[in-house]
Design a protein around this ligand. Structure first.
Ligand code: ADA
Length: 571
């Protein structure tokens, strides 16, 4: 399942979920031996979507691997292949021909193959999960480094005239909306043709127009309309509208919610109302499925987050599944979306490299394009914990922030800093996130008070004194089941103490607009046991979850639930 609703009533779509032939290529010989034409015989079968590291004997495999699937077309037809997420470097081949290359990991990319003849076709994917100093994330990252085709591959059959993109924007004046819809229609036909474009809101037609396309032409139809007295999307009270564009032969459906996002008085405002964010950081990861997180478990994560009293989730540290965002849209929970630029050990030379920056820009653009219509997404975050004290960081960040603002003016631009007292980036953002671990990596939990006092003074002096501040990470490790009389390091008791105390301190600070606890569930840690980083990851897990990796609650979960449920949403 890609979405909680159907994206097409007319267009024929198929998920290529299931067994694919798989061959690891540790010697990286596949290119030379042309595996894209002749797949090696000594292969095994793996389920797609999936992470190979969750399969036997592949746990710590990092590197190149190949996948193969035979697809069938019943007649000559135009085909669109969408890869909803492949980790790292991906090269796609169809019948031995290179369709293209993609670098990333958590966003969709696609290829259109016009007039594919009837018959069987060989689809081959070469992936490379290797991390290095210029990948995003780089080689030093605090999560298990999986590889594979982690989200579905979709095969669509396109008619001669197809809907390439549906983009919906709006302005709000109270509850009156001015809607701007752009429908990009493309012709794959050999001759000119005409169609009728119809737009529906839920099931009612709100616009219809004849369109004419020359052979091969792409047409952008722009529609503006006043929609008075719409139902607003509010946290906890979400209202969604389904918008469908149809040409008669093809269609595309998406969902939107109308809301206005602003900041004022150190608070995030949704539709003019302050929302104090009660949040957690969620990795979309599970020890059995890795990053190929099944929708069934997303539903469970949602239920647990709601039980906890959350109204906000930070999608640490990469764009999360559309299905998950659909659930948040439907339940009125706000979301922070970010690209995987995880920077705690990121050298400044890396931040200054153009390839690194280019990759980040593409990732941001793909994330924004993929998640543009989700009302739950209210923050775009450009990076996490980079060395934000330097000119290199400033120059790179300015480029990233400028792109985000160019692509979307309706949401807030943010980041998470681990150097709040020396950070030079503060004035670039609408909202500032602070990651700090008093009581765990440094000092006692009471240390937050002094740090925040100094931070607010510094922010004021830098002209960012009115910017809302969110505590985007804090917490400590507690190993599930390790409970005692005394609060020892790694016990559930000590973790609960740190988190609860920190929450109380933050709530007492009027300049803090919300809290995201690190983290929702325990997650697998870095796999390189020979490395010098992350030596405190008992069980090779990051144990700072409020629930363990199988979603069983720890003491901290129960205490946070009491606290979050006692706090009003509005202040
Ligand atoms: C950082 C980082 C997280 C995680 C956390 C921790 O703040 O952003 O991804 O590594 O620290 O547990 O130390």
């Amino acid at each position: 399942m890609l979405r909680t609703f159907q994206e097409h009533h007319i267009r024929q779509t198929e998920l290529l979920d299931g067994p694919w032939d798989f061959a690891a290529d540790p010697g990286n010989v596949g290119m030379q031996e042309k595996w894209f034409e002749r797949f090696p015989h000594e292969n095994r079968s793996l389920y797609v979507p999936g992470c190979w590291n969750n399969e036997l004997n592949l746990f710590d495999y990092e590197g190149v691997a190949w996948y193969k699937k035979t697809i069938r077309t019943e007649k000559r037809q135009h085909v669109r292949l969408i890869f909803h997420a492949v980790l790292g470097h991906a090269d796609i081949y169809l019948n031995g021909k290179h369709l293209g290359y993609h670098y990333g990991g958590y966003t969709p990319f696609e290829f259109i193959v016009p007039s594919l003849p009837e018959g069987e076709h060989l689809l081959v994917v070469r992936t490379d999960s290797t991390l290095d100093r210029l990948t995003i994330p780089t080689e030093h990252v605090d999560w298990f480094h999986y590889g594979g085709i982690i989200r579905p591959v979709e095969l669509q059959v396109l008619p001669d005239i197809y809907i390439e993109r549906l983009k919906i924007d709006y302005e709000l004046d109270g509850s009156d909306a001015r809607l701007h819809v752009q429908v990009q229609v493309t012709s794959l036909a050999a001759a000119g043709s005409s169609e009728t474009l119809t737009l529906y809101a839920d099931n009612d037609v709100f616009h219809t127009e004849p369109i004419q396309l020359a052979a091969g032409q792409t047409l952008i139809c722009s529609i503006e309309q006043a929609w008075p007295s719409i139902r607003l999307w509010n946290p906890g009270k979400p209202e969604l509208y389904s918008i469908r564009a149809s040409t008669g032969q093809d269609d595309k459906i998406d969902r939107i919610g109308f809301r206005r996002i602003e900041t004022s008085g150190h608070r995030i405002l949704i539709n003019g109302n302050p929302l104090f964010l009660k949040g957690v950081n969620r990795h979309e990861e599970h020890p059995e499925w890795g990053f190929a997180f099944p929708p069934r478990l997303m539903q469970k994560d949602l239920d647990i987050a709601r039980e906890l009293g959350c109204n906000a989730i930070r999608g640490s540290h990469y764009p999360q599944s559309a299905y998950w965002l659909d659930l948040l849209d439907e339940h009125g929970i706000v979301f922070w979306s970010e690209i995987p630029m995880w920077g705690a050990f990121l050298p400044n030379e890396t931040a200054a490299e153009s390839l690194f920056q280019e990759r980040a820009l593409v990732m941001l653009e793909e994330m924004i394009t993929a998640q543009y219509h989700h009302p739950s997404v209210i923050f775009w975050s450009v990076h996490n914990e980079i060395d934000s004290r330097t000119q290199e960081a400033y120059t790179m960040t300015k480029r990233l922030v400028d792109l985000v603002r160019q692509l979307d003016t309706s949401r807030l631009v943010t980041y998470a800093t681990m150097h709040p007292l020396e950070d030079v980036l503060l004035p670039l953002f609408d909202v500032i996130g602070i990651n700090k671990y008093y009581g765990w990596y440094e000092g006692k939990v009471g240390g937050f008070e002094g740090m925040l006092r100094q931070f607010h003074e510094r922010a004021e002096a830098m002209g960012a004194g009115d910017t809302p501040v969110l505590m985007t990470e804090f917490g400590g490790a507690g190993i599930f089941g390790d409970v005692g009389w005394e609060p020892r390091l790694f016990s559930e008791n000590y973790q609960a103490h740190i988190v609860s105390e920190a929450l109380r301190l933050f709530k007492a600070d009027p300049k803090i607009g919300g809290t995201f606890i690190w983290q929702f569930a325990d997650t697998r840690g870095d796999l390189k046991s020979g490395g010098t980083y992350f030596r405190d990851r008992a069980r090779s897990f990051n144990n700072k979850g409020l629930v363990n990796e199988y979603r069983k609650p720890k003491q901290a979960f129960r205490e946070v639930r009491d606290i979050y449920r006692s706090w009003a949403d509005s202040h």
